[in-house]
Every structure is written in C-alpha cells, then in structure tokens.
Design a protein around this ligand. Structure first.
Ligand code: FES
Length: 212
C-alpha cells in the first residue's frame, strides 16, 4: 500500500493511509502531549484535548489523535494557537485533580508530570477554580485502589475493561459530575472484577493503583 508523505515540525515522515496524526508522530519519535490516546482503539476518544497541533492551510488547530494523515500535510506541534488550547486543557485537568504528588503512588511515573515537565507547564491549575470531586477512595478490592479524586477521565481504564476484560468500569453522570464508576456505584470489591489490573497498568495518573 502506498504510504502517505507528510512533515511534522519540518521532519519528513511517512505513514499508512488512515493512520491518525498522533500515532504517526509518536511512531517516529515526535512527541505530542496526550493522555487519552490508545493506539489499538478503533476510534479516538478525544477526551483530554491535549494533542492540539496546527496544520498548514487550516484556520483552526486540530486534535492530532482524531485527524488522519494526508498527503503533503505540514504540521506544527508547538504553534501559538495550539499551545494556548493545550495549556488551557492541561490547567482544566489539574483543576479537578488531587495534586499531592509527594504522596501519590504514581509520583515520577505520572502522565501529568511528564507533560508539565516536557512542556514547561507548572503543576498548578492556573486560572481555573479547583473542583476536586471530593469522593471517597475505594479501597474495597483486594488488589486495586481507586481514587476518583486523581482521575483525569481519560477513559483508558474503561476501554481496557470493556474491550479486554469484565466490563466493570464505565463512565457515569455528565458534566462536572462525570466520573469513572461501576454499575450502581458499587465498590470495586463488590463487583465481578477479577483483579487483572490492566486498568492499573493503563491509568496514566494515580487514580487506579496496585494494592500492596
Ligand atoms: S490524545 Fe487527543 S484528545 Fe486526548
């Protein structure tokens, strides 16, 4: 199959037709911030809004995880307009995230810390008011601890649980009340979750962690 030729930040790359820009970039070592992207997923979730890029000839920035590559495309990952949107999305995520890195099991292995470090963002919610859900930590499962106050709603745990395992985790509620939960909000330990911990492995922050 003929490969598509494009440039990202001046670097020439090729990709199979139908590949999303983000997947093409990451596979060539070009990093674009992202939290919700799952390469094997059939459709992009597009929830974190961190992967903004600018495409030459297009008025508005686009999310790289949901834009397929196109012949001759010229992409900039750090243009001013994309950067503004990305920083706002990052600050919004932090405004709902229990920021307590020192006591977080994912400290130094966290997607938010990585983005802050690589993009030069402070780990602060910036201009947005803090809206931590204030929900109880679910410690009921023998192998997993779920802290909804650290969740960034990237949906990766839902994808892995629904596609590969028991289908215990899902989104519930809407808007600011949206959260990852189980059927009827039952504690994880009272569900049929067998404890495969793929949700723990895929969680980019400290929301789902192994119980020691
Ligand atoms: S990676 Fe594109 S919106 Fe999350």
């Amino acid at each position: 199959m003929k490969r598509i030729k494009l440039t990202i930040d001046g670097k020439k790359i090729t990709a199979r037709p139908g590949t999303m820009l983000l997947a093409a970039a990451l596979s060539r070592g070009i990093w674009i911030p992202n939290l919700c992207f799952i390469p094997e997923a059939e459709l992009p979730f597009g929830g974190c809004r961190l992967c903004w890029v600018e495409v030459e000839g297009e008025k508005d920035p686009v999310t790289a995880c949901s834009r397929p590559v196109r012949e001759g495309m010229a992409v900039r990952t750090r243009g001013q307009r994309a950067e503004r949107l990305r920083k706002s999305a990052f600050e919004l995520l932090l405004s709902r995230h229990h920021l307590d890195c020192r006591n977080c099991p994912k400290n130094k292995n966290c997607g938010l810390q990585e983005i802050a470090g690589r993009c030069g963002y402070p780990l602060k919610p910036g201009r947005f008011a803090r809206e931590i859900p204030g929900l109880p930590v679910d410690d009921s499962h023998p192998k997993i601890i779920y802290d909804p106050n650290r969740c960034v709603l990237c949906g990766k745990c839902v994808w892995v649980c629904q596609t590969k395992r028991e289908g215990v985790l899902d989104f519930s509620r809407r808007g600011l009340a949206c959260r990852i939960s189980t059927f009827a909000d039952r504690p994880l330990g009272e569900t049929r979750c067998g404890g495969c911990r793929q949700c723990v492995d895929i969680c980019p922050v400290g929301a789902l962690v192994r119980k020691k």
